[in-house]
Ligand binder design. Structure first.
Ligand code: FMN
Length: 310
């Protein structure tokens, strides 16, 4: 007999429409789990409504030397400094081409480590071209702490310099491919309110389709002290929970009701998922919770989702 994981059937009332796409329900898998789009079919079978592959760079690159990923099990946390290890945009495009996953495929795009910051836009545009045919949405990753100076691209002028060429190229590609692929921006949780306000204004001004909040955190002094022997990187999982909820509320206030927000960061159980939706998120993504709890987390969240309005 063929063993299979019991994928929960979801109520049609859980459908989410955002940036022109229809998601079967809010829960997806965050970027960085399937960097090369190699496991989309298997991960999709666990019940995610969307899977964000990548972060992909134009050219393949090895990422940082190992060890580069650590579990801090007692606090349900991961520390990583992977550094965009991936096989490059052509490879990922070919893998996605071959997958039969019927959910939404997001593609997170970034820049190669050896591309100077001033040329970053060229890398994002190169990824957009190579992956346009196979992507349902793009996430512009300007928030990984593990690529030197990448987060500087969140400053309004720098962000504009990335978004505008992407928008222009998207308009061109939309005509040749007969589809308009939405562009989202993924931001850091380590931004103060003023910077967040500037980013929101920039995104709205330039017609960004949605925001993903947030990436890993460089951590508080306390968190860094707990990991002092492990070196640098971004923390994810439980310690991100308070900011993970707070940033959704802040963004909703800044962006108004119509702007789509994907919550990422510290969603470790069903209750955490409900809290993000109640704070104003349209969609959810898990990573570290999924690492610690496995597919049972997907089922737990899907079971509680109908209770969001309770
Ligand atoms: C090992 C690892 C690799 C990651 N790689 C990426 C990445 O390539 N691109 C990206 O946008 N986010 C990446 N992330 C961040 C996650 O997508 C997610 O935003 C973050 O971990 C917070 O969610 P969580 O607390 O549920 O893990 C990575 C996270 C981890 C733990």
């Amino acid at each position: 007999m063929r063993a299979h994981w019991p994928v929960p059937t979801v109520d049609p009332s859980l459908t989410v429409e955002a940036f022109g796409l229809r998601f079967a329900h809010p829960l997806g898998l965050a970027a960085g789990f399937d960097k090369n789009g190699e496991y989309v079919d298997a991960l999709g079978a666990l019940g995610f409504s969307h899977i964000e592959v990548g972060t992909v760079t134009p050219r393949p690159q090895p990422g940082n030397p190992r060890p580069r990923l650590f579990r801090l099990r007692h606090i349900q946390t991961l520390l990583n400094r992977m550094g965009f290890n991936n096989q490059g945009a052509d490879y990922v495009a070919a893998r996605l081409q071959r997958s039969s996953y019927r959910g939404i495929r997001g593609v997170s795009i970034g820049k190669n480590a050896d591309t100077p910051l001033e040329r970053a836009a060229d890398d994002y545009v190169a990824c957009l071209r190579k992956l346009y045919a196979v992507a349902d949405y793009f996430a512009i990753n300007v928030s990984s702490p593990n690529t030197q100076r990448l987060r500087e691209l969140q400053a309004p002028d720098a962000l504009t310099d990335v978004i505008v060429p992407l928008q222009q190229e998207r308009e061109r590609l939309a005509k040749t491919h007969g589809k308009r692929v939405p562009l989202l921006v993924k931001i850091s949780p380590d931004l103060d309110r003023e910077v967040l306000r500037d980013i929101c204004a920039t995104m709205k001004r330039h017609g960004v389709d949605g925001v993903i909040a947030a990436n890993t955190t460089v951590g508080s002094t306390t968190l860094r002290a707990l990991a002092k022997d492990l070196g640098t990187g971004g923390f994810s999982g439980m310690p991100l929970a308070p900011r993970g909820i707070g940033i959704i509320a802040d963004l909703r206030e800044e962006l108004g009701n119509a702007f789509p927000i994907i919550a990422s960061g510290g969603i470790m159980d069903g209750e955490g998922a409900l809290m993000r939706l109640r704070a104003g998120a349209n969609l959810l993504q898990v990573y570290t919770g999924f690492v610690y709890r496995g597919p049972a987390l997907v089922n737990e969240i899907l079971e509680v989702l109908p209770h969001v309005a309770d």
